[in-house]
Design a protein around this ligand. Sequence first.
Ligand SMILES: [Ca+2]
Length: 386
Amino acid sequence: MNLSRAHLLKNNDHNILSNLNSIEMKTTMSRTAMILFVFMFFSLNIVQAQTVQKNKSSTCEKSCKAPSRRSAIQQASLNEVAAEKSSQNEMVLIKGGVFTMGSNDFEDSKPLHQVEVNSFWMDEHEVTNAQFAEFVKATGYITVSEHPLKKEDYPGVSEEKLLPGSAVFIAPKQPVQLDNYLQWWQYVPGADWRHPFGPNSSIAGKENEPVVHVSYEDAAAYAKWAGKRLPTEAEWEYAARAGNNFEKYYWGKELKPCGKWPANIFQGHFPDLNNAEDGYVTTAPVKSFPPNAFGLYDMDGNVWEWCSDFYRPDYYSVSVSKNPRGPETSYDSEEPGIEKHVQRGGSFLCSDEYCIRYKAGSRGKGETGSAANNLGFRCVKEFVSQ
Ligand SMILES: [Ca+2]
């Protein structure tokens, strides 16, 4: 996620609404094609599959279900505090500890370094539309995407384009070069948390899906209202790893453990063809995929999640080791004048083909005031020992 609002606005065009109408069609078509493919595949391979499957499933069941000693001990430790789990606010107590933070696969995630975090409560799932609606109802809060735009903030953009809105992923109709995100991200006037794809869309029936089109400021305002705060980047990564250091993915070593997609990411050909093998073209209802060892859902994929740290690519070389809270200011040499916060976890648009920053230890970043239809958040709360 590196969507500058001003950049998007300058490149906005007027074909957006017609493109938006194709999103649902594409979903239906891709699912129909998938069903047909699956039917043909199984018709041709059913006998062979039955034989192979017998051996395979027993191995797979075993590797998926037998807990390691480490995870068994960890779980036992978590059970001790399970009584404290709040059923009212759906938070999980994350017992503090030390872990190795970062990844050698990304320049801004180096060096690997030891970090200690205190215990904290964390939302077990991303903040949903229903939860955000409660906040708006109680406070009358207006999100950044709904605010009128000031002409002075967007020099070079014509006045008729200065309409409230947000960034929406719109799949191009054919394969495109992956060097320019403006081929699939468009600034859509009228897109906001209530209208994820633009003015003619709504969140009816999506109450249990993560809220999107929330800027850092919006997420922080919700957190404050809820008596919580946004997680630090270190807390987020510690929680996402859930005791599994050095894994390629937060969920393990394989992309598809036991042949199943463990998170809502992108399958197909990016950005023009989303096969939705995992069942979802865009956001999935929270808790659609299995939780991690700490009981947290969708730490990977679904929507990016805001963290409280400012973004700097070189922060890990100077980070304190205990409860780091990020640098004092943000700086990104790719867009030096733009203030950015860290985002984590990737979204329904991440794959090995593009946007690989859903992998363990990787970092995302975003303009503090920007939003998009794959960007949300979850909150944390201090743990006060009795
Ligand atoms: Ca998906």
